[in-house]
Design a protein around this ligand. Structure first.
Ligand SMILES: [Zn+2]
Length: 113
């Protein structure tokens, strides 16, 4: 449910940007959402359609780029995707530690016209 305010915020930012650029509408919003960001892309998409109504984003397409979380091996330094119930590095069998990869949440770009 906490995707509602963040979606509102995204739309506000896109609208502000379009107005600053003197554009008539927002065409595409590219958003990057990591699986560990705490936000669910599907929910943002759902709210987007509702909140965007009557704004410059009304006809905009929301592209959500998902980022899968990665671990970093403490032995060989390799980045890898975690398998279920395992932190083991697929290369050397070393132990993986969490990284910032997968926690991303940002507006990548806005296309206007
Ligand atoms: Zn390794």
């Amino acid at each position: 449910m906490h995707e509602y305010p963040i979606t509102q915020h995204i739309i506000e930012m896109a609208e502000k940007y379009a107005k600053e650029q003197g554009a008539g509408c927002v065409r595409t919003i590219n958003l990057v959402v990591g699986d560990y960001s705490g936000y669910v892309g599907e929910s943002i998409n759902l709210y987007f359609d509702i909140i965007a109504e009557g704004t410059l984003c009304e006809k905009a397409k929301l592209n959500i780029e998902r980022v899968k979380p990665k671990l970093k091996c403490t032995s060989c330094g390799e980045y890898f995707e975690r398998r279920p119930f395992s932190f083991e590095c697929p290369d050397c069998g070393g132990e993986g530690e969490p990284t910032e990869i997968g926690k991303e949440f940002y507006l990548k770009s806005i296309e206007i016209s």
